[in-house]
Design a protein around this ligand. Sequence first.
Ligand code: ADP
Ligand code: MG
Length: 298
Amino acid sequence: MTAEVLDIQDLDGVGPVTANKLREAGYDSISALAIAPIRELVEKAGLESSVAHKISKAALGSTNLDTLLGGGLETQAITEFVGEFGAGKSQISMKLSIQAQLSAAEGGLEGKVLFIDTEGTFAAQRVFQMAQASGQDADKILDGIIYSRVYNSDHQILTVDHAFKICKEENIKLLVVDSILSHFRGEYIGRESLSERQQRLNSHLHKLLRIAQALNLAVVVTNQVQANPQAFFGDPMRPAGGNIMAHASTHRIMLKKSSQGLRVAKVIDSPYLPESETYFRITEKGVEDAVPRNKRDE
Ligand code: ADP
Ligand code: MG
């Protein structure tokens, strides 16, 4: 998600003293540590073998949103970011709209973006700011985003019905719907309308998936949480949209606010991504990986 390289001191098991030893020996980044043979860490940096093992493992396993997503966004699939208001769903959607346009070598999908905004929270200035901060040509990035504000669920459905042609003609590689359910939830209130809502949602999601598959593009949707009255244990909040939503999403990632101004992203339902979690921070520059203080020991 971000090219921002964490400091080696952010790794599990690396305090200031060890960090200095490592830097003096020429290991100044996590990626350098990740590929260094353990024997070398022992000999060159004068570390205990057990410490070197631990650090090597931490460097290799240093998760960020990228690794959580298995190296980037998957095409021909729907990736769903779920979370309460302010969790960071729209910020991540905007960040991914930059990422998708980069070259494959930079972790991108080398195409344009169709951004369907149901809540009016897309901010071009914010995308500009993030693009600039990551060293991209911000004007070009904005030009590569086709923006569509939709005002109700009919409008949203119609927009996706017409999206295939646009996506094909414009080489769209990422289609974002932020957020997928807000209009549906606002318009269909009460038990008696639930099954109609779910039917329309189901067909809407299947159209998105068909576009993703036919054009080999990635679909990202955001979703809200709702109270789960059956939860006696564990998390009382669950993704909105029930089974229809759960079945349509290939990957579900739950976002939560955490302490120290950090946020947690957790894979909650995925056919092959590990049930991992990672911390991130929303900053002026964008979405950056982070490590909470209690995970930095020594
Ligand atoms: P969601 O879409 O899940 O409701 P957002 O993605 O809109 O949430 O996240 C909103 C949060 O992002 C804000 O509460 C704020 O903390 C953070 N944020 C937005 N812009 C910036 C910025 N320029 N610098 C730092 N934090 C920001
Ligand atoms: Mg939002």
